[in-house]
Design a binder for this molecule. Structure first.
Ligand SMILES: *[C@@H]1O[C@H](CO)[C@@H](O)[C@H](O)[C@H]1NC(C)=O
Ligand SMILES: *[C@@H]1O[C@H](CO)[C@@H](O)[C@H](O)[C@H]1NC(C)=O
Length: 413
């Protein structure tokens, strides 16, 4: 009887999700796009251009500065890495000036550091920046990825009709599978369906889960608080529709973390980190890790916050309360104590009226039901003692303007 139940469950889960063994928790790593864009002039911008130097130096720093130890393992190139033309065999080739030793060399280098290597393709006729697209070369491109030892592919969706995308992404996934190399598959079609092409279209999330390990749902992030709010709002306003599709092996992707760049204050950087952890978002950094400031480094290496993001239950959290410019976000996490979940709780302030804003909060406001209350741990101030929060308590919170407080609530038995 037990065996029968098990096999039924197994059947159901194998039908519902991509079975390549990857992304049990949201992927963590680094990616070029938000910070380094399509900088290709290495004479003018030697430290910033998309090149093997950038990738190798980043890989070095990810190991020497503790990012790999904390879980950041993927080193991913985005657009603008290839020659403008394929070679005479139809193969895509890395830009000969910027990647003189080719992609296989680079991937071997990244692997030699204990990291994983990712790159970028576009399903259309050309990439967003005008480099060769994959639409007529799916098989040869899937094979190239395997030959190069690629571990992660972002497949973008510029320069192709929405109507062709779903079938095309499925096909490319099958071709990658046939190579025998497990490659984490990041799909962009929902972003084109939901945001970039008018009229908006709702993507089929059941197909997404079967096809991809992660997918960009919405607009590219920009280096600003406006952008963080806009993306947070999409995930909150669509949470009933979108959040349930996240789970082990398949994740919604609100795009990269901005830590270490120019547009977010320290408080705003805390807010993005907390909300992205609640959303079970991929923690992909897009910044110059060679020059990042210590306080930003400390944020992204915060082990307690990484543990929330990587929680093994894989349940995407939600915005559970908002009003007066203060939002509460909650995510069910481990440990489960007597059938009651623990929670990660973030209070995010959108207020700009110039002082830390105080308000009172109860467990009811947070929809937390354990009748014996919770032990609370402050995730941004880990030296702070834990305290108890009972069902009868009212707690005063103070959140900095456009900042966040972030806690773990563990049920009391
Ligand atoms: C290919 O797909 C099959 C069936 O879903 C799966 O068992 C296998 O692990 C996949 N292989 C790779 C390399 O992704
Ligand atoms: C919160 O509640 C306490 C006790 O009821 C009260 O003294 C305090 O003024 C309240 N704080 C705010 C910001 O309303």
């Amino acid at each position: 009887m037990k065996a029968a139940i098990f096999s039924v469950l197994f059947l159901v889960s194998s039908i519902r999700a991509l079975d390549n063994g990857l992304a049990f928790t949201p992927p963590m790593g680094w990616m070029t796009w938000e910070r380094f864009r399509c900088i290709t002039d290495c004479e003018k911008y030697p430290k910033e251009c998309i090149s093997e130097n950038l990738i190798m130096e980043t890989a070095d720093v990810m190991v020497s500065e503790g990012y790999l130890d904390a879980g950041y393992e993927y080193v991913n190139i985005d657009d603008c890495w290839s020659e403008l033309e394929r070679d005479e065999n139809g193969k895509i080739v890395a830009d000969k000036k910027r990647f003189p030793r080719g992609i296989k060399f680079l991937s071997d280098y990244v692997h030699s550091k204990g990291l994983k290597f990712g790159t970028y393709l576009d399903y259309g006729t050309k990439t967003c920046a005008g480099y060769p697209g994959s639409i007529d070369h799916l098989e040869i491109d899937a094979q190239s990825l395997a030959d190069w030892g690629v571990d992660f592919i972002k497949m973008d969706g510029c320069n192709v009709d929405n109507s062709q995308m779903v079938e095309g992404y499925i096909k490319f996934g099958e071709l990658m599978n046939k190579t025998g190399r497990p490659i984490m598959y990041s799909c962009s079609w929902p972003a084109y369906f939901e945001y970039y092409r008018k009229p908006p279209q709702v993507p089929d999330y059941e197909i997404l889960k079967k096809t991809c390990n992660l997918w960009r749902n919405w607009i590219d992030i920009e280096d600003s608080w406006e952008s963080v709010k806009f993306i947070s709002d999409y995930f909150a306003e669509n949470q009933d529709r979108v959040a349930p599709h996240a789970g082990n092996g398949h994740w919604n992707d609100p795009d990269t973390l901005l830590h270490g760049n120019y547009g977010l204050s320290y408080d705003q950087s805390k807010a993005q980190l907390a909300v992205w952890a609640i959303l079970a978002a991929p923690f992909l950094l897009s910044t110059d890790l060679r020059t990042i400031k210590p306080e930003m480094k400390e944020l992204i290496l915060n082990r307690d916050i990484i543990a929330v993001n990587q929680d093994s239950l894989g349940i995407q959290g939600r915005r559970v309360n908002s009003g007066n410019g203060i939002e509460a976000w909650a995510r069910k996490i481990m440990p489960i104590v007597k059938e009651e979940h623990s929670y990660a709780i973030a209070f995010v302030s959108r207020r700009t009226d110039g002082h830390p804003h105080a308000f009172n909060v109860t467990l009811k406001d947070l929809q937390l039901t354990n009748k014996f209350g919770y032990i609370v741990k402050d995730l941004f101030n880990t030296h702070r003692a834990t305290y108890q929060f009972l069902q009868t308590d009212e707690f005063e919170e103070r959140v900095n303007p456009t900042g966040a407080n972030f806690y773990k609530f563990i049920p009391i038995e």
